[in-house]
Design a protein around this ligand. Structure first.
Ligand code: ATP
Ligand code: MG
Length: 390
């Protein structure tokens, strides 16, 4: 995978896309705000004018009522209420009163609301008589105010979808590479392995060969078979069988004990009466335990320490819980999650694949969970695996 491919994983592209989205959002908010302000200004002037006409008509001797009617009719969007000086509504426009509401109460509440939003316009009728015009922004203005946020949400959803599609495609590609490589490795190993097995049989049949050599070679062949089985399982949809987890751990630990330093003490604890049988791909599960134990040994600076494996029923009785505790150097708190990332390693000769593989095997193939339960620097680490009982 080239370092800078066109995927949202590429930091430049990702931040570029985010910056672009933010820019669209900002421009849209600023522009809409400008429009809203213009509109609000216009509406205010219109209501002002309305007030002036109102006082002019009342103060005029001539019959100019038609002017008011015409003017009021021209306002077909600003909600206004004309009240007397005691705030009793006289007339109103562009206000929808719900059918089941008490008209007076509803209008009074609306007047309160309008007053909070804008100061009413005073219509001076002379002789200390006054009327008030209460008004608020038209629906258009309120809707327009929301518009950039609606637009932003759409943009966010759109970018979210694009991001998901890209990462799914990338994950899919990685998966195929990974699975294909494993399958091919298993396939390639198959031929020399069967030939090796034939050779072992040949040596066994001939007394002139040193049989202890044959036995040693047979063990190595077995080891190679195990590796091939693992690669072949991970390279296809793994077959799960009813297996006893505790026994499976026992067998892999037996095998590991002979291969790791005598300075590392291993202890396995489980209740022999309990039933730990569940759907398992034995060779993959053993691979997980092996990876965790190898990491545990690597984490012991002097090469000495202990590994403690406890198998029990989890609190949720439908789960089996496996805790693997070591007395190693511990994992710094900021790496607790990172350790599962492919390629993350603190070792000179590490690939940073052991835990990625373990997580994949447990979570994707067995619908379980694996995480760092606790870790303390220079004290040790506990990994917990949960597997469903099936
Ligand atoms: N038990 C542990 N104690 C302390 N650190 C650990 C432990 N297990 C894992 N780590 C840290 O997590 C890193 C990643 O582990 P992982 O098994 O994925 O890769 P690796 O062991 O470095 O290489 P690989 O397993 O591919 O050979 C390790 O390099 C180590 O820093
Ligand atoms: Mg490892």
């Amino acid at each position: 995978m080239p370092q800078y491919s066109f995927t949202p994983q590429n930091p430049f592209i990702r931040w570029g896309i985010i910056a672009f989205a933010v820019l669209i959002g900002l421009v849209s908010i600023i522009y809409t705000n400008m429009l809203v302000n213009k509109l609000v200004d216009r509406e205010q002037r219109q209501v002002d004018l309305f007030a002036k006409v109102q006082s002019f008509v009342v103060n005029s001797n001539e019959n100019t009522t038609f002017l008011v009617t015409e003017f009021v009719d021209a306002n077909y969007f600003i909600p206004v209420i004309l009240t007397d000086d005691k705030r009793n509504p006289i007339s109103w426009r562009n206000i929808e009163i719900p059918e089941d509401a008490n008209k007076q109460v509803y209008l009074k509440e609306l007047i309160e609301e309008m007053q909070a939003e804008r100061k009413p316009i005073v219509v001076d009728l002379g002789e200390n008589m006054k009327q008030y015009i209460y008004y608020k922004n038209s629906k258009l203005v309120s809707q327009l105010r929301y518009f950039p946020y609606i637009q932003l949400s759409f943009i966010a959803v759109l970018f979210g979808i694009i991001y998901m599609v890209f990462s799914a495609a990338r994950k899919d590609e990685q998966n195929r590479v990974w699975v294909g490589l494993a399958k091919e490795t298993a396939h390639q190993l198959g031929t020399p392995l069967s030939s090796l097995m034939a050779w072992v049989e040949y040596m066994r049949a001939d007394d002139s060969f040193d049989q202890s050599v044959a036995t040693e070679i047979a063990k190595d062949v077995q080891r190679l078979e195990m590796i091939t089985a693992r690669f072949s399982s991970i390279g296809s949809i793994p077959i799960l069988k009813q297996e006893n987890i505790a026994e499976s751990i026992d067998s892999i630990m037996n095998y590991l004990e002979k291969r790791i330093s005598k300075k590392v003490k291993i202890k396995i604890s489980y209740d022999h009466q309990e039933n730990f049988v569940t759907q398992l791909n034995k060779s993959l599960f053993e691979w997980v335990i092996e990876n965790l134990c190898k990491n545990a040994v690597d984490a012991m600076p002097t090469g000495a320490g202990s590994i403690f494996i406890a198998v029990e029923k989890a609190k949720d009785k439908n789960m089996i819980q496996i805790d693997i505790t070591d007395t190693g150097k511990g994992i710094p708190i900021n790496q607790i999650k990172t350790v599962f990332k492919a390629g993350f390693t603190t070792k000179k000769r590490g690939w940073g694949l052991g835990l990625t593989l373990a997580q994949r095997i447990i979570e994707e193939y067995h619908q379980g969970k694996i995480w760092v339960l606790r870790s303390e620097i220079n004290v040790g680490t506990t990994f917990r695996i949960l597997l469903p009982l099936k």
